[in-house]
Design a protein around this ligand. Sequence first.
Ligand code: PNS
Length: 169
Amino acid sequence: MSQQRRCVCPGSYDPVTMGHLDVITRAAALYDEVVVAVLHNPAKRGTFGVDERVKLLDAALAGTPNVRIEAFAGRLLVDVCREVGAQSIVKGLRGDTDFAYELPVAQMNRHLSGVETVFLPGDPRFGHVSSSLIKEVAALGGDISGLVPDEVRAALLARIQSQERSADL
Ligand code: PNS
């Protein structure tokens, strides 16, 4: 039997955006299996805990059967690829700033283990979307609908409200 084609879509996913989902679902059409790797640094506290990030990804990707989500703490991406049996890493590129950042990362990963990185051109509808901009816009009352799944929007607004309540105390 031929080997399963498996890739890793890595990220912090704090939280997942429509830009991430576009890249993951396009990768799912190209590979037998996609492992969405939620990589986090245990020393840094994100906006969402790792379990919540995974839960939000699970809900958003429930309709894509050949995708599974796993969390990894303090690990090299190439070690994650080896552990899950992935031959490649798939990343979206929104523009030349992403490319300038991602090229040496891809070269380092190939140097470390031979794993290849496949870049997908980001959909221009989401060229301005990043987790950090989404959080900033939402915190200041801007409309993020259509840029993140509804569950993420609800979770983010709830988080902002609870932070505002504790600031009032
Ligand atoms: O969503 P992000 O924050 O852009 O994701 C960045 C991530 C997690 C993909 C990147 O930081 C990463 O690959 N971390 C794993 C650690 C690692 O392998 N570092 C060496 C890269 S050459």
